[in-house]
Design a protein around this ligand. Structure first.
Ligand SMILES: [Zn+2]
Length: 254
């Protein structure tokens, strides 16, 4: 049987103790694989993805302990954490007052009472996607079971930036989508459509301006950036305030 070495710690691994990565590297299941989240897709990850994810957890766990844990007990209404319900394999918490979003995984020890918590912490402002997906599988009796997933997509993030997380039900997704849409001011209801229409008009005007400028060759980089931002704001909501809050909170963890 072929023996390999863990590309991170160097330990010798075999069929039962190795995890193969997408780029052909192997890591050990005993130590290094356990440093990653269970929902982290190792099969499609390269060694660089794995090490970036492990660094993300090391940093995220410090931020979790320093910022989120104290906020769990806050009496101040504005600072209360908001749990995202229905996620399987992880727990999700938004801290609206600091602009941060944490995914955590609790590890329970069997013989020693207590748990350890690993965390990935993101800027709420970097959350650019929360897409629904469903999958139908068969149970042991051959009956169809529908499974529900949400794929989160984070920009500016090294490590686990597109976790696909199973949800308990379709209703869990609907609640999650509604929460984030409202948080970013992405309104889909008729009541808010005026506000939305104005923002879209601003984006279209700015875009039209850029197209015209490109034709006469006068488009500069600043104008291109402003256009991209206006388009973003119309689709994804204005995130200036979310960026400010998060960067303030994270300043101590640079
Ligand atoms: Zn290892």
């Amino acid at each position: 049987m072929a023996k390999h070495n863990c590309a991170i710690c160097g330990a010798e691994v075999g069929l039962l103790t190795e995890q193969k990565l997408a780029d052909g590297n192997f890591i050990c299941r005993k130590v290094c694989s356990k440093k990653t989240f269970k929902v982290f897709d190792k099969v499609h990850a390269t060694l660089g993805d794995v090490t970036a994810h492990i660094e993300q957890i090391e940093k995220g766990t410090k931020i979790w302990e320093g910022i989120f844990v104290p906020l769990m007990k806050t009496k101040n209404k504005e600072e209360k954490l908001r749990q995202i319900y229905g996620l399987k394999g992880v727990l999700g918490y938004v801290s609206p007052s600091t602009g941060l979003f944490a995914l955590i995984e609790n590890r329970y020890k069997i013989f020693i009472f207590g748990k350890t918590t690993l965390a990935c912490v993101y800027r709420v402002a970097d959350l650019y996607g929360y897409e629904y997906e469903s999958e139908t599988t068969k149970d042991s009796e051959g009956k169809d079971i529908q499974k529900h997933y949400c794929t989160f997509l984070f920009r500016n993030t090294s490590g686990m930036y597109a976790p696909r997380i199973e949800l308990g039900s379709m209703a869990d997704y609907t609640a999650l989508e509604k929460y984030f849409n409202e948080l970013f001011g992405i309104q889909k209801t008729l009541r808010n459509s005026l506000n939305n229409a104005k923002r879209q008009m601003d984006a279209i005007k700015s875009f039209a301006g850029a197209v015209k400028a490109a034709k006469d060759g006068s488009l500069d980089e600043a104008q291109a950036a402003a256009t991209a931002e206006a388009m973003d704001a119309s689709v994804y909501g204005d995130r200036t305030e979310w960026i400010r809050k998060a960067d303030e909170a994270l300043a101590a963890y640079k």
